[in-house]
Design a protein around this ligand. Structure first.
Ligand code: G6P
Length: 620
């Protein structure tokens, strides 16, 4: 059986320090992504190549390392997350080559590993693990021995035979200074220190040491040697430019800031993160919108025949709100696609389409593939990402960062509100340029965007009430979430939050659809969360609530401040501040994020790293 490596973490070091503590610290910073085993390889001063790995957490690896010889100043480490088969010590990385001369860590999937493994077996190779990664390290060794070439040449030749996705790093017995790394469709950043180098699948994991990074591009091979300039080539051996980028991330941004969980911190951070997202983009005096990615490509937006959003998970929910915003303000037809479906159904893409790829991580494999398909069809591709320098950010023609800072909790919260805020600014700007948005409306919405930080701050005041309410519903087995119009996607997102972190089954529906089937589920055991804020469909939602009430269902309603009517039918009302209708999803989602959070913590769930989920899904 194939053991697929996905969402794994990579850290490496070469310099004057002891490599192991640097690697362990980096791996700990990547822990939030979810993983099931961890390991390190260190080349000792005497040239010995030692590998230590085990199933479990990085803390288990630390215990495993106690009393072992891991004092070398060069090393590579890995956290592995298997999707099939048992995670165990043997399948953990690093993997050693047959001779024990090479140690390799790998993120991604080698799709043709069976063919390669059979070929290697015919040359007498045997395999300890079930991983594709062990096949790769042996392929590199085989090439090196048969071609009698350097390690980097062997890596290049081997990778040309590989079909799939990878970010790899290798060290070698007897070489105490050099790491060879390469990537394709899986992220890899090289941190530049003073005479030392760091390596990571996520630059944020090594910002304790450096803020200067080189992001390897697809098909590049890097020779990272202590005290020497970084040397990057492509698979053909041609020299590639080394472009250093500065990352302005503080360590406190990465830590929990006094909250019990990253998710709670990220929920409460939203007034600030939205402030960062808006800053410089809506000019307070004039309410002018400055999104350089749109302004520089004005014609593409003005002439767009259609806009297609491609995204997954929470980003897909944000895109559903984007559809309302753009159709309403720009009068351009919009489609919202699951990237995973879009990529495999031979979609019709016109050169005058604009594709908007939405992704927090900027690394989601399906979204990246959708971007590539759209680009090859000649469409203009725009990215809405959070992670600066991520693959989607680099693979699109232009775009806007949401700038909400690192999101660590697996369940996305502040990225969702950042994405919707960017989409609102984009719709306003394009609508203004096209002349499809009325000036009064434009100013009202732009002003409401400027006020978002304070509006969200008020919405967060519901936290105490929601926490108390959550206790009452902690033991429910199912939930229904209802919303209409702009708040239908909010209902989907509220339900997703609950599923992800509490493991309670929840379904989001457009309220009017209840009578077409789901109302049959209603009884005293099936709570309904209804978003019934004052908007165009308020009264209709109210009738839907009454229908549920009449069938003995329990209702938790999210209502506008001061609401009287819904209160008469609902069992519990959570009052949120009002803003323009198109921004209401940003307000209504706040109590739903909090509800999911508190129910999950009362159930004792691992909120930041829920079972079976990973933050960044870098393979399909
Ligand atoms: C994973 C995460 C979700 C996220 C989705 C899309 O499933 O657990 O929280 O919404 O991927 O991720 P992206 O980084 O592309 O927004």
């Amino acid at each position: 059986m194939q053991f697929r490596e996905i969402m794994c973490g990579i850290v490496g070091y070469t310099g004057e320090r002891r490599a192991c503590p640097v690697i362990i610290k980096g791996l700990q910073r990547l822990e939030y992504r979810g993983y099931d085993s961890a390991g390190v390889a260190v080349c000792q001063e005497n040239g010995a190549l030692n590998v230590y790995k085990c199933k479990g957490k990085v803390s288990d690896l630390e215990r495993h390392l106690e009393g072992k010889d891991s004092s070398g100043t060069i090393g590579i480490g890995h956290t592995r997350w298997a999707t099939h088969g048992e995670p165990n010590d043997v399948n953990a990385h690093p993997h050693l080559s047959r001779s024990g001369n090479l140690a390799l860590i790998h993120n991604g999937i080698i799709e043709n590993f069976r063919v390669l493994r059979d070929a290697l077996r015919s040359h007498g190779f045997t395999f300890r693990s079930s991983t594709d990664s062990e096949v790769l390290v042996n392929l590199i060794e085989f090439v090196r021995e048969s071609e009698n070439c350097s390690l980097e040449d062997a890596v290049r030749i081997a990778l040309k035979q590989v079909v799939g996705a990878y970010a790899i790093a290798l060290i070698e017995k007897g070489n105490t200074t050099r790491i060879v790394a390469a990537r394709k469709s899986s992220p890899m950043a090289i941190g530049i220190g003073d005479g030392e180098y760091f390596l990571s699948s996520d630059a944020a994991s090594i910002i304790d040491y450096t803020q200067s990074f080189v992001y390897l591009k697809d098909g590049e091979v890097a020779v990272i040697e202590k005290g020497k300039p970084l040397h990057i080539t492509n698979l053909e051996g041609r020299e590639a430019p080394v472009s250093i980028q500065k990352l302005n991330l503080s360590i406190s941004q990465l830590e929990k800031g006094g909250f019990d969980h990253f998710m709670l911190k990220e929920i409460h951070e939203q007034p600030d993160t939205l402030g960062d997202c808006i800053r410089g983009r809506v000019i307070p005096e004039t309410r002018e919108i400055v999104l350089s990615g749109v302004l520089e490509n004005k014609e593409r937006f003005l002439k767009a025949r259609r806009i297609i959003f491609v995204a997954c998970g929470t980003s897909w929910h944000a895109a559903l709100i984007g559809e309302h915003l753009i159709e309403n303000m720009c009068r351009i037809p919009v489609e919202v696609e699951y990237a995973s479906e879009f990529r495999y159904r031979d979609p019709i893409i016109y050169p005058d389409d604009v594709i908007i790829a939405v992704s927090q991580s900027g690394e989601t494999a399906d979204t990246l593939a959708a971007v590539e398909i759209a680009r090859s069809a000649g469409a203009f591709v725009y990215g809405i990402c959070n992670v600066v320098g991520s693959s989607i950010a680099r693979g699109t023609d232009s775009g806007t960062y949401i700038h909400v800072g690192p999101e660590i909790g697996v369940a996305s919260t502040k990225a969702f509100t950042g994405q919707v805020t960017v989409m609102t600014m984009l719709a306003l700007l394009v609508g203004r340029l096209k002349g499809t948005v009325d000036s009064g409306y434009y100013h009202r919405v732009a002003q409401a965007v400027l006020e978002l930080p304070s509006t969200i701050r008020k919405a967060l005041e519901t936290a105490g009430q929601v926490a108390a309410l959550a206790r009452t519903f902690t033991y429910a087995h199912n939930f229904i979430y209802l919303g209409r119009g702009y708040n239908y996607p909010t209902a989907l997102e509220g339900a997703l939050k609950l599923k992800e972190i509490s493991y309670i089954h929840a379904e989001g529906l457009p309220a009017a659809e209840m009578k077409h089937g789901p109302i049959a589920l209603i009884d005293a055991e099936m709570p309904t969360v209804a978003i019934a804020t004052l908007d165009a469909t308020y009264e209709k939602t109210l009738s839907n609530i009454e229908e549920i009430k009449a069938r003995g269902g329990k209702i938790i309603a999210v209502v506008s401040d001061g609401d009287e009517l819904v209160r008469r039918s609902a069992d519990y009302c959570i009052e949120v501040p009002s803003t323009v209708e198109c921004l209401m999803p940003l307000v209504s989602i706040i109590p739903l994020q909090l509800l999911a959070y508190y129910i999950a913590t009362y159930k004792g769930r691992n909120v930041d790293q829920p079972r079976n989920l990973a933050k960044s899904v870098t393979v399909e």
